[in-house]
Design a protein around this ligand. Structure first.
Ligand code: ADP
Ligand code: MG
Length: 333
């Protein structure tokens, strides 16, 4: 017997992908992208749909009671919609499926639904359905999302080229710092806000999708190193991250100094950031970053470069200290 812990999340996905991808045609609808990207892409007539789902489990993704139910609702929907952002899509609607213990406080569930509604509305989406069942092991929340790719254009994880710049939006690392603050009981409201109120980079993703020179894109759910690794692997390339370019903002830097944490480590390995990470043609790169930073409140910054000198992700020439989040990682893996 091979256990999930031994196999790991990504090899497991690879195995089911082999089974599910035995067919790519469904009732004459074209499956343009199947398993392996942030969303699946389905073409129906002239419309291109982006489809994705995101599962959150109490005790793994959130701790009910430690934080407001509305915040949890906001976050689970934002996490799902971030995958639409990662492809440059336009969110349309979402379905919310809930497994909940019989003794769950209905006021909490209503507050959670308010948070979900607000999170979807902030991205222009509406929650149109779901499913409800009893759970004997805490809350389980699945959010499925549907978006469109206007004009049929979208970005995938695949397509980075040698010499491309690796660019990230915002400050990945703030969310992970917020989680640490919560777990240690440290008062850091702005960082906690970053953890529970991620704002999917919807407009930013659409802007990048429309821009020449953006070759591939992913959203950061498992940490920059882990998610950059997906961009690298799909291009058969490596990525050299220059740690001097991984600049925390002053608040994150001060928080890390005060609590003996490495801000760079959080920036590179911290999960649930829901920022965008993309491969950018070096020719137009500087102009694109400047134009992006003029267009949006959140800024984009270069972290490194794609290379054919090696595969995988290196930081200053070395394998990274921490690779990021993997669901079935064990102590010795
Ligand atoms: P993300 O972090 O963007 O949500 P994941 O790493 O969860 O992406 O998933 C990567 C790809 O694997 C996606 O295309 C997703 O749809 C697919 N996937 C994940 N789990 C399963 C599963 N149990 N069955 C089928 N496809 C899956
Ligand atoms: Mg994603």
């Amino acid at each position: 017997m091979t256990t999930l812990g031994e196999l790991g999340e990504f090899d497991f996905i690879e195995r089911v992908s082999r089974i599910f991808s035995k067919s790519s045609q469904s009732n004459n609808v074209e499956i343009v992208e199947g398993i392996g990207d942030d969303c699946a892409v389905v073409r129906i007539g002239d419309s291109t749909l982006l489809v994705s789902c995101d599962l959150s489990v109490e005790g793994v993704h959130f701790r009910f009671g430690k934080v407001g139910a509305a915040d949890i609702g906001w976050k689970v929907v934002a996490a799902a919609l971030s995958d639409i952002a990662a492809m440059g899509g336009v969110p349309v609607c979402a379905l919310m499926s809930l497994g909940a213990p019989v003794d769950t406080d209905v006021d909490d569930l209503e507050a959670m639904a308010e948070g979900m509604h607000a999170s979807a509305a902030a991205c222009g989406a509406v929650i149109v359905g779901g499913d409800t069942t009893r759970s004997d092991t805490g809350l389980i929340i699945d959010v499925s999302v549907i978006g469109t790719a206007p004009d049929g254009n979208y970005l995938t994880r695949k397509g980075a080229r040698v010499g491309d710049l690796l660019v990230a939006t915002g400050a990945p690392g703030r969310s992970a710092a917020g989680l640490i603050a919560q777990e240690r009981g440290i008062d850091a409201p702005e960082l906690l806000h970053a953890h529970y109120h991620p704002e999917p980079r919807i407009a930013e993703g659409q802007w990048l999708c429309a821009r020449d020179g953006v070759h591939a894109m992913i959203d950061v759910s498992d940490g920059v190193v882990q998610d950059a690794g997906h961009l690298a692997a799909l291009a058969d390339l490596g990525i050299e991250i220059d740690s001097a370019k991984v600049e925390p903002d002053s608040e994150l830097a001060a928080f890390c100094d005060a609590h003996a944490l490495s801000a760079r480590e959080l920036m590179l390995a911290g999960g649930e950031a829901y920022e965008l990470l993309f491969a950018l043609d070096p020719e137009s790169g500087a102009d694109t970053v400047v134009a992006f930073n003029e267009a949006f409140d959140v800024s984009a910054s270069e972290l490194g470069r794609f290379t054919d000198a090696f595969e995988g992700v290196r930081v200053d020439g070395e394998p990274p200290a921490s690779k990021g989040f993997e669901h079935f990682a064990t102590e010795d893996s």
